[in-house]
Ligand binder design. Structure first.
Ligand code: ZN
Length: 467
């Protein structure tokens, strides 16, 4: 097994930054040394002037997800390659139990899509498309034997993934017993469907109406209801996905102030993009930014509140909710009817850079950057200390980040399987320089060296954050 030394860099972890050399033995990190104190080894990687951070963990991706009569355009091959190039070395994708399907069959289908195709390590959450006696029993089995310790439910999308409050409560009670985390898409779907119908009847068909028919009150109401249901289920651990709105954040804050096991993530699009500037782009162009929860108004305080929530840990994680659709033939399914536009934005390649821009802009500390993109997602979902930290014994998933570099985002140069970019023309003050996955250099200086099939499925344990 090869021995490597990453030399001269600044190692950044959740507790701060230190000057240290990182010794890698095979697939794992063997030791950290004070500068100049490491033994001589054959292979050295020069990290002078650069940041050495744990490989990022994206806890929310949807490769090949079937949605709205089509499917997300990235395969596990294209999506994990793009992730790797952008400094993400582990994804947690959502395996899907479709309504009427047995959970184990849905899981087997997801393993079938991913196995042999991933460039980086991967794990799964399970989407429950139907809560009943059988699927509740399957939850125990998945937690105990399949390395799946989190289950996603939907308060939105009636007729597709939707669970009613009784089903949600039953799944939460089960999770309370087996230690799993319930992840919630918190939007009031039945109420949204009424607003959508009314808008279409008025002839309002442009993409911006996707956002206008999903007001923040319906995200806040569902978030609050999920929190109360979890409380009734003896404080079952609850994780709100893709939180986008100030009023929803208030609900999470209140619950956390009461000491509840309530957590939330946000995504880069909610930190930077807006209802007016992107979703409201002229003609049909706004379709590129149709995602749920939707982008919020720039005339309200959402973006500032979300950045603050990241600093105060009311928001624990930044994930992408990577769910790419091409403009041609996919987003275009909603021409003349916004409700038929497939929901999703592709960002799996850009999260590390986009959040580093938050450090440059003075919105996030360096250590908090690493925490929200790598350490906390690993701890939240039972991957720690294998992933999410540079420490002896951990997997040698390492990103060497160049703060003096520059990244320009464009569909012409990105690696995701998309014909457009939600971030077209964006410039970032920083750049992923080198990426190691389990000790192997898979990207360096703009050159990609990895391959499909080297990524391994990782079985997860329970969340680190529960007492
Ligand atoms: Zn999602």
């Amino acid at each position: 097994m090869s021995i490597k030394l990453i030399k001269g860099g600044t190692v950044v972890g959740p507790t701060g930054a230190i000057l240290a050399d990182v010794l890698i033995d095979g697939e794992t990190i063997a030791a950290l040394y004070a500068p100049g104190r490491a033994p001589e080894v054959e292979e050295t990687i020069d990290a002078s002037g650069k940041l050495v951070i744990p490989g990022a963990v994206d806890a929310h991706t949807h490769m090949e997800l079937p949605f709205g009569g089509t499917h997300a355009s990235d395969t596990f091959d294209t999506g994990t390659k793009a992730a790797a190039i952008g400094g993400t070395t582990t994804i947690i994708d959502f395996a899907v139990q479709r309504t009427g399907e047995v959970i184990q069959d849905g899981l087997a289908a997801w393993h079938g899509k991913a196995e042999g195709n991933c460039h980086i390590d991967y794990a799964f959450h399970m989407i429950m498309g139907g809560v009943d006696d059988e699927s509740l029993k399957a939850m125990d089995h998945l937690v105990a034997s399949e390395g799946i310790s989190s289950f996603k439910l939907f308060m939105a999308y009636p007729g597709v993934f939707y669970s009613d409050d009784g089903q949600i409560l039953r799944a939460m009670q089960k999770a309370r017993d087996n230690g799993a985390m319930i992840m919630m898409h918190a939007e009031n779907g039945p109420a949204i469907d009424v607003l959508v119908r009314q808008a279409l009847e008025r002839g309002e068909t442009d993409p911006i109406h996707h956002g206008l028919t999903r007001p923040q009150e319906l995200e806040a109401e569902a978030t609050s209801r999920a929190i109360w249901l979890a409380s009734v289920a003896a404080d079952c651990p609850l994780y709100i996905v893709h939180l986008s709105a100030s009023k929803a954040l208030d609900q999470v804050k209140n619950a956390r102030d009461l000491g509840k096991n309530v957590f939330a993530e946000t995504c880069p699009q909610y930190l930077y993009l807006t209802l007016e500037d992107q979703l409201g782009a002229p003609g049909f162009e706004g379709a590129k930014w149709v995602c749920s929860t939707p982008l919020r108004s720039k005339h309200e305080t959402h973006r500032a509140d979300l950045w603050q929530g990241l600093r105060t840990n009311d928001l624990s994680v930044v994930s992408t909710d990577h769910c790419p659709f091409c403009f041609k033939d996919q987003k275009e399914l909603g021409l003349g009817d916004f409700s038929k536009i497939p929901n999703g934005i592709g960002s799996v390649e850009h999260r590390v850079d986009l959040l580093y821009q938050g450090v440059v802009d003075g919105k996030l500390s360096l250590s908090r950057w690493v925490e929200t993109i790598a350490t906390t997602p690993a701890r939240m979902f039972g991957l720690f200390p294998k992933k999410g930290i540079i420490a002896p014994g951990s997997d040698a998933d390492v990103v060497i980040y160049d703060p003096a570099g520059r990244t320009r985002i464009s569909a012409e140069t990105h690696h995701m399987n998309m014909d457009h970019s939600a971030w077209e023309g964006w410039e970032i003050d920083g750049r992923v320089d080198t990426v190691l996955s389990r000790g192997e250099v898979i990207a360096s200086g703009g050159e990609y060296l990895g391959r499909a099939g080297r990524g391994q499925y990782v079985k997860r344990g329970l969340s680190d954050y529960l007492i």
